[in-house]
Unconditional design. Structure first.
Lengths: 333, 271
């Protein structure tokens, strides 16, 4: 998602947040973050990193040990029903209401809110139209998650918390859930998403913040996270039969990071370069002159997954790629 | 800060939301086969079995003011069992399951006040208790020729409602100390089965050893049986209100409410 859609108004502001359980384990060790209206904000980290603790403090479920938290202008620890009417919460784990149908669940929850969204409209939003009379507990995993999202949207919230919305999904259910979440953006709902899937954050979020062992280790738009945009590109190909590393042109040879000089057909070459075109040009010219095709030629930059794994490696004192960025502030422009 | 705008919900809001919640809880109750069996079918079965086993050959039980047929004696006792099944047992099981499955946690994220969720669920228990009471009274009248005199009918109704609300409070108190839903059913039965035996539900207290009746007198089950029996006993003179027994039942309920208010949790505890 290239351009941030936030309008500049701050919906969530957190500074110096700390959470210690039972005087022993400190799950959150001083984090700052800001979420602006209209954006999808992904809070990313491995299991046990402090994601759910943080989101539960923002939702008003837990009292924090220290720090300042403002959500929709109020402190969640002291906010009341009128504040709850403005947020939607999809919990990480929650089973449906027992023995009620999808439409009944939605009507029950609609009655909790002062000005709810329509039942049919909400079922349409999440793609549950055909399931209105199905017993909620009999739905498939993906459909249950849709019902969870529907129940969180029924009050027409300004801010939606999604705690690991696709954990346990198969790839096609995950894609369908992504489409649904992406659709929320068009409703103008601000989304706070926690996930441990890198691709999910990359696909959905305007801004990503990575938490590891209770601390923020990186923050930024998914394309530049952890200095990714400045990292060297990787070029891989298989050396054509009969060719050797020594035969490659100078700029290519200089960029070789890994290669074997054998003569059998499985010689993989890995090049790294911060300026991939300066390497690719001579490589392609050489291959064309010599009559070689390079059928498995591939150019890629480090995936967000690589960045994430490096950032969240257990015990990593400092992030290996780049120090964490300062918390974002609304841009002056 | 907007402290003034999120003042406590008014009593009227709570009442409206409780009335909104109630039909959904009742529907969920009626659709659940386990709830239907343990709360509606089992008391009927118990009444028929106990009245048949002990009520033959004109057996009688001594009650205040005279004697009544054993089969008639069982009606208020089994009504007590039905009320406890509807309020205490069913409530502990369903609320523990709702808490552990995240349903209560999700409701907590909505603007609905806690009191409305609790009151709506209690209303369901009251309606189910009235239903099972009427069912057992009809069986008692049709099969054993017993009927409630019009002058004690209000006392019977009051006993049913005081009993239901008190056992709901005790149910919420017990829920707050049960850690997972698998434990809910066995724990409620472990508490209630012995009490049924020493409180005059399954066995007339007139044939129990004295020390057992003393133990039974401590707990609310015995007093709810007494309150219902007083209203049901044809020898009762006056309106049939067993004031002391009702007060003891209500005191247990109040104690349960205090524990529930202090310990009640919206978040799963098993995890």
């Amino acid at each position: 998602m290239g351009t941030p859609t936030g309008t500049g108004e701050s919906v969530i502001t957190v500074s110096g947040l700390r959470m210690r359980y039972d005087d022993s384990f400190e799950a959150v060790r001083g984090i700052d973050l800001e979420v602006r209206r209209g954006e999808v904000f992904a809070f990313l980290g491995p299991n046990g990193a402090g994601k759910t603790t943080t989101v539960e403090i923002l939702e008003g479920y837990r009292r924090r040990t220290a720090g300042d938290v403002t959500v929709l202008g109020e402190d969640p620890a002291h906010a009341g029903p009128s504040w709850r009417a403005r947020i939607g919460v999809v919990l990480q784990e929650s089973r449906p209401e027992r023995d009620l149908t999808v439409a009944e669940c939605l009507r029950l929850y609609a009655g909790y809110y002062p000005s709810p969204r329509g039942i049919d409209e909400t079922m349409e939003l999440v793609g549950l139209v055909g399931q209105a009379d199905a017993t909620a507990t009999r739905l498939s995993g993906g459909q249950r998650r849709r019902l969870d999202v529907a129940l969180s949207l029924i009050g027409d919230p300004e801010l939606l918390f999604l705690d690991e919305p696709t954990t346990g999904f198969d790839p096609s259910a995950r894609r369908a859930a992504w489409d649904m979440i992406a659709g929320l953006r068009s409703l103008g709902v601000t989304v706070f998403l926690t996930t441990h899937f890198m691709d999910e954050a990359e696909h959905l979020a305007d801004h990503v913040m990575v938490i590891s062992e209770g601390r923020i280790v990186a923050a930024g738009p998914p394309g530049t996270l952890g200095g990714r945009q400045r990292a060297a590109a990787e070029i891989t190909f298989t050396l054509p039969p009969g060719a050797s590393l020594a035969a490659l042109p100078g700029p290519v040879r200089d960029a070789v990071s890994y290669g074997t000089a054998g003569t059998n057909g499985t010689d993989h070459v890995l090049l790294r370069s911060a300026r991939p075109l300066a390497v690719l040009g001579p490589l392609i010219a050489w291959a064309e002159d010599a009559g070689h095709d390079l059928p498995d030629l591939e150019v890629r930059r480090p995936s967000l997954e690589d960045v994430y794994l490096a950032l969240t490696e257990p015990g990593a004192d400092a992030p290996p790629l780049e120090p964490p960025e300062a918390p974002r502030h609304p841009e002056a422009a | 800060m907007m402290t003034a705008t999120h003042a406590r919900s008014s009593a009227r809001d709570v009442l409206c939301l409780a009335l909104h919640q109630f039909p959904y809880d009742l529907r969920a109750f009626l659709r659940n086969p386990q709830s239907r069996f343990f709360t509606l079918a089992l008391p009927v079965l118990f009444l028929i079995i106990f009245a048949s086993v002990f009520g033959h050959q004109n057996n009688t039980v001594k009650v205040s003011g005279g004697t009544i047929d054993t089969s008639v004696y069982y009606v208020p006792g089994i009504i007590t069992l039905g009320i406890i099944a509807a309020s205490f047992v069913n409530l502990v099981i369903s609320v523990t399951a709702q808490r552990e499955s995240g349903v209560l946690k999700r409701r907590r994220a909505t603007p609905v006040p806690a009191a409305a969720v609790i009151a709506g669920r209690t209303l369901t228990a009251v309606v189910v208790s009235i239903g099972i009471t009427v069912l057992l009274l009809v069986i008692g009248w049709a099969a054993y020729g017993a009927h409630v005199p019009a002058r004690t009918a209000p006392a019977l109704a009051v006993a049913v409602i005081v009993g239901t609300v008190s056992f709901c409070c005790l149910g919420y108190a017990l829920t707050s100390v049960i850690r997972n839903e698998d434990a809910a059913q066995p724990i409620t039965q472990a508490i209630m089965l012995p009490l049924y035996f020493i409180s005059g539900v399954f066995i007339a207290t007139s044939i129990l050893p004295h020390w057992l009746t003393v133990v039974g007198d401590v707990f609310p089950v015995r007093h709810l049986v007494e309150a219902l029996l007083t209203a049901y006993n044809p020898h009762t003179t006056g309106a049939g209100f067993a004031g002391t027994d009702l007060l003891i039942v209500a005191a247990w309920g109040a104690a349960g409410l205090v524990v529930a208010l202090r310990r009640f949790s919206w978040l799963p505890r098993g995890a």
